[in-house]
Design a protein around this ligand. Structure first.
Ligand SMILES: Cc1cc2nc3c(=O)[nH]c(=O)nc-3n(C[C@H](O)[C@H](O)[C@H](O)COP(=O)(O)OP(=O)(O)OC[C@H]3O[C@@H](n4cnc5c(N)ncnc54)[C@H](O)[C@@H]3O)c2cc1C
Length: 473
């Protein structure tokens, strides 16, 4: 065989001479993998086991030059291109069938400037890798709650986590980015350089180019902070949620309290008889002085009769990984997500009802309280529009066996539909599944038109289309 079939952007296939592929491979510092090559099947595995795509080529980039050469190769041959950071996106957009995957997962360098309180990170780093580098100096920027997530996809969609009420979204701390555009040009985007691109990168996802490097502002955080879980039986959930609503409305931005409703994992601090029962956990982090935090969180213990508690001062990096065991790669996942400005009793009742109907012990309903600093910028200040979101509910349909697909997906969709009337109608694009393309305009709201204009400037041929896609104006 002297050629290889590749998927084009228009959905047809083209046979490229293998000599062309070999020439690309010679120019790339990392491996260029095809089906049958050693490492190919490992390289096409991503976090969500529902995704089983077979790219024609997986190009493992090691430096910005590799990214430029891969983008040029894809553009010149009009090939379908997917960009992979940490491979966590629920929609599976890190991969494509038949096209090229530009894999950044080997580019992980992090440098920290303690004086300027800035960190520069390559686009293949995970949150754990970034946290480890910055926390060595007692510094951090807001990131997500599962440490194996990629910094690239998380940042480009917005980025919410335990520090967000105090320090904003991840994008609110982005200072600059190095970007390879569809034309294969390397540009730096910041408030003063390509400001339109910088605006679009902060929430507009992977639509505008391949980011090779991010620069973030850092804040003094920990390294030891008050954090942990207070767990209530589901019989008390309604009363707990009502008190939580009042509590969080007046809580300082240093405190984040999120709600997880699920079957109790066999955690050592829970009595054995509680394992596997329906529970509501309050998960908290206080970013200020732990002694001060202890008295602030006291009311959370008195919302009812907890079945168990595990709260104490521990390294921030440990708390950043606390949910990893529940979110390991390899399970099948289907998520749905809504934004809320307030929490209605009817929403609580629906969540409790659906917890009881949960089709798999691995699934959960996750309520993140954001607000605080995330709500400060105007909706048009960055591409991320839903600044009104005080709360995000993410229903994590999660199970192990493909025979359960239909049942589990139906459960997540039904919960989503049943709670729509309480939601804003906006959306967080990082939590959207592959079948939610129709929600993209709502996710960007008043910013969609400007995003389409920026897309026309930087990617007029819509080369970066394997994502929650914004069409060029
Ligand atoms: C278990 C789990 C927990 C999560 N928790 C949180 C959370 O707490 N907070 C939160 O905000 N989000 C969270 N997310 C959502 C997460 O932010 C998104 O899934 C994000 O897209 C993951 O980024 P990634 O780089 O790992 O993913 P990938 O799948 O590799 O990338 C996602 C998309 O981003 C684009 N992209 C990636 N890298 C680049 C790049 N360098 N240049 C240009 N485009 C690129 C591409 O379009 C790609 O398809 C979570 C997801 C999971 C699975």
């Amino acid at each position: 065989m002297n050629s290889i079939d590749l998927m084009t952007m228009s959905g047809t296939t083209v046979a490229l001479p293998l000599t062309e592929v070999d020439r690309l491979a010679e120019q790339i510092c990392g491996p260029v993998l095809r089906a049958g090559d050693e490492g190919y099947d490992v390289a096409r595995v991503i976090w969500n086991a529902m995704i089983d795509k077979r790219p024609a080529l997986i190009v493992s980039c090691v430096e910005t030059g590799d990214v430029v050469r891969t983008v040029n190769f894809a553009r010149e041959n009009r090939l379908l291109l997917a960009v992979r950071g940490g491979g966590h996106n629920i929609a599976g957009s890190a991969l494509c069938d038949g096209g090229i995957v530009l894999d950044l997962s080997q580019m992980k360098a992090v440098t920290v400037d303690t004086e300027a309180r800035r960190a520069t990170v390559e686009a293949g780093a995970t949150l754990a890798e970034f946290d480890a580098a910055t926390q060595a100096f007692g510094l951090a920027t807001p990131l997500g709650i599962n440490s194996t997530t990629g910094i690239a996809g998380l940042t480009l969609g917005g980025g919410i986590g335990w520090l967000s009420r105090k320090y904003g979204l991840t994008i609110d701390n982005l200072v600059s980015a190095e970007v390879v555009t569809a034309a294969g040009t390397v540009v730096r985007a910041s408030a003063s350089e390509h400001p339109d691109l910088f605006w679009a990168l902060r929430g507009g996802g992977g639509n505008f180019g391949v980011v090779t490097r991010f620069e973030f502002a850092l804040h003094p955080v920990g390294p030891n902070l008050l954090s942990g879980l207070i767990v209530y039986p589901i019989s008390e959930a309604r009363a707990v949620l009502q008190q939580y609503r009042d509590f969080i409305a007046n809580a300082p931005n240093e405190l984040s309290v999120w709600v997880v409703m699920r079957k109790a994992p066999p955690l050592p601090f829970l009595p054995a008889e509680a394992h596997g029962t329906d529970i509501l956990a309050l998960a908290l982090l206080y970013t200020g002085d732990p002694n001060e935090g202890s008295s602030i969180i006291e009311p959370l213990r008195k919302f009812g009769n907890p079945v168990g508690e595990h709260v104490g001062v521990q390294p921030f990096v440990a708390w950043q990984q606390a949910f990893d065991p529940l979110l390991t790669p390899g399970a099948r996942n289907y998520w749905k997500s809504h934004n809320f400005t307030s929490l209605d009793d009817g929403l609580f009742d629906t969540a409790i009802e659906y917890l009881k109907l949960m089709p798999s012990p691995h699934s959960e309903i996750f309520l993140a309280s954001i607000g605080g600093a995330t709500a400060r910028p105007a909706p048009r200040a960055t591409a991320y529009a839903p600044r009104d979101a005080q709360f995000v509910i993410n229903v994590h349909g999660r199970w192990l066996d493909d025979t359960e697909d239909e049942r589990c997906i139906l459960w997540a969709r039904s919960f989503f539909n049943a709670t729509s009337r309480f939601a804003t109608g906006g959306a967080y694009m990082n939590f959207m599944t592959a079948d939610e393309k129709d929600r993209v305009p709502a996710a960007y709201g008043p910013n969609y038109g400007r995003l389409a204009q920026v897309k026309r400037t930087y990617d007029p041929g819509n080369m970066f289309r394997v994502n929650q896609n914004i069409q060029p104006a």
